[in-house]
Structures are given as C-alpha cells and as structure tokens.
Design a protein around this ligand. Structure first.
Ligand code: FUB
Length: 330
C-alpha cells in the first residue's frame, strides 16, 4: 500500500469510527492508517514511553517520539497519538502536541507522559528533561492539545527528596472510583499527590512512596483492579520493571517482584497496563527496529498481561509476534 493510498484509506477508516471520533474529524485533515504486524506495532517512526486509555470501543495510545535511528542520546521534541478498535488497524493523527507548545520549557527534551479524560476534556500530562511536568488540554482525545497552565504543574522544587535535574519526569495519573485524581511521577524517588477536580492544580502535599524492596528508577504506572492498587515502575539500569500492590493508593505497598525483564536492546523500560476488549495488555517499548533501533530510537510494542488467581501478575513474555495469536484465538 503506498503512502497516498494509506492516507485516503485512513480518511475512510475514520468515517467508520465512533461518533466521538466522527465529530472530531472536523478538526483533522491528515490521518495515517496502518496495520500492525506483531512487535513493534509501529514501524514507520520511532515511538517510546507509551500510555493508553480506553474510551468506548477505542483504545487511545499516546507516545513519545524518538528521532530517527542510530541516536546516541534522547532527542524528542514532540509526542504522538494513535487509536485502534482492534489492536491491529491503527490510525495516527496529526502531531497533537510539541515541546515548543510549552513556552516555559528550557530543557529541549519531550519526555514521557500520560493522558486521561475527565469532565468531557482530555488532559495530557507530559514531562520535560528538567523544566518540570506540564499539562495540556483538549476537547478531543487526538488533540490538538494546548498548554493548560502556561507554566509547569510540577517542578524539581516539588521533588523535595531529590537533588538531580531530571527528577521531575514520567507522570502517571489515575482517576479513582471516588472521583479523586492522583498523579505519580519521579526519577530516583517516586512522588505522588492529589489533583484538584480541575485536573490542573495539585491539591495538598507532595508525598513519596516507600516500601521494603522498593528500588525505583522511573516510569511509575498506577492502575486499579478489583479494589487493589498496582504500582509498576522501572527498576535498576538497564531497566527491568517491577510492581507492588496495595489496598490503599497511598500504600503500604507490598513488593511483588519483577514484571518485565530488560526490553532487548533498550536501556529503558516504560509500560502502560490496560484492559481492552476483555483482556489485559502490557504496552512497552524496545529498540527492535533494525538496523537503527537503539536505546534512543525506540519502538512501542504490545504483549498480553495475565493475572494469577491471587491477583499477582504473571511475568510478561515479550514477543515479536505480539498479540496477533491471542487476537486470532479469541
Ligand atoms: O523517554 C525519555 C525517558 O526515558 C522517559 O521519561 C523514561 O521513562 C525513559 O523511558
């Protein structure tokens, strides 16, 4: 399929999507549709630091965007958004958010983020390499997003137990069943705080997570299942992913072990954990696109995540086939 045909096909695809998406077509003019064929799921560009949420029948995927292959350091200037209704056919939307949209950023590094919906608006929490965590807002999941505050939501000054410049990164946000939203973030220390209902202000004190066996590098992801809170996070370097479980969001957390081993040739490991169409998925990145995939030219992948009867999670099996097999066997 050539690129032109793909773009036209993408336009028709969107016509078939949900009413919410149809409504949002009016603000979009260039969609790119593609099929994923195993892992990495996206091969036409380098993507990293996935985050996702499900709305209706659609999974929305938000990623970082590494420069083309062979990079020696993190070079990221913008973020990407994709949607799918079957994890096989994807639509990529025009660039929804750039680092330059945050006028206060002095770092030049578009680090990891997570988007979430509340009260009919979409909030995308993003991090920078040293200027802090910002929040962008949109009326549509695919954007365009704009800086909601004109200043960072959190900075290194909020990271009371850290001294290094890149500590205020990797926000993960959850809207709990009682209507309270929480933000977790950090590098070296895992911080958390309440968000006000407007989603753009911190409510009360910033606190930090600590528990026996907690060796936190970065990339917290907080999710809830059957009344329990799961905190997964990158540990060590090169990074593995570990996780812990608690009855309350503030803990105490109990360490449950390594969830994912080092992701191939990628030094970093960064996950989203999501339920979609009756199954749980683990979305992460590696450097698998060759010849140029590396720790700094990463690619998003999806594999199955399975729980044991006692609520613990089976260790992730990273595959190059991805979820095609499970999708076909469903
Ligand atoms: O992509 C830049 C940084 O690498 C992220 O913020 C970390 O989680 C790691 O994946």
């Amino acid at each position: 399929m050539n690129l032109k045909f793909n773009r036209v096909f993408g336009f028709f695809m969107i016509c078939l999507l949900s009413i919410n998406q149809v409504e949002s077509q009016t603000v979009k003019d260039s969609l790119y549709s593609f099929k994923s064929n195993g892992n990495p799921i996206i091969t036409h560009k380098f993507t990293a630091d996935p985050a996702a949420f499900v709305e209706g029948k659609t999974l929305w995927l938000y990623t970082g965007h590494d420069f083309e292959g062979g990079q020696k350091g993190y070079k990221m200037k913008d973020w990407c958004v994709f949607s799918t209704t079957d994890l096989e056919n994807w639509v990529e939307y025009p660039m929804p958010l750039k680092l330059s949209d945050f006028k206060w950023d002095k770092s030049g590094g578009a680090y990891a983020g997570q988007a979430i919906k509340r009260n009919g608006k979409y909030y995308w929490y993003i991090s920078t390499n040293g200027s802090g965590i910002g929040v962008a807002v949109s009326d549509f999941p695919q954007g365009p997003f704009k800086d909601a505050l004109g200043k960072p939501l959190l900075t290194n000054a909020d990271c009371f137990a850290s001294t290094h410049g890149w500590t205020c990164i990797d926000p993960s946000v959850i809207l709990d069943d009682d209507g309270q939203a929480w933000i977790f973030w950090g590098n070296g220390v895992c911080y958390y705080a309440k968000l006000k209902e407007n989603m753009t202000e911190i409510d009360g004190a910033v606190k930090k997570i600590d528990f026996e066996g907690f060796k936190f590098t970065e990339a917290p992801w907080i999710h809830k299942r059957k009344g329990k809170y799961y905190l997964s996070y990158a540990t060590g370097f090169p990074e593995k992913l570990a996780y812990a479980i608690a009855d309350n969001i503030e803990g105490p957390y109990q360490y449950k072990g390594i969830l994912n081993e080092i992701a191939g040739n990628s030094n970093t490991n960064h996950q989203a954990i999501i339920d979609f169409n009756g199954r749980s998925y683990f979305i992460y990145h590696n450097g698998a696109i060759q010849p140029n995939g590396t720790s700094h030219s990463r690619s998003v992948c999806i594999d199955l995540l399975e729980y044991n009867k006692d609520g613990t999670i089976k260790k992730i099996v990273m595959t190059s086939e991805g979820i095609q097999t499970s999708r076909k066997n469903k």
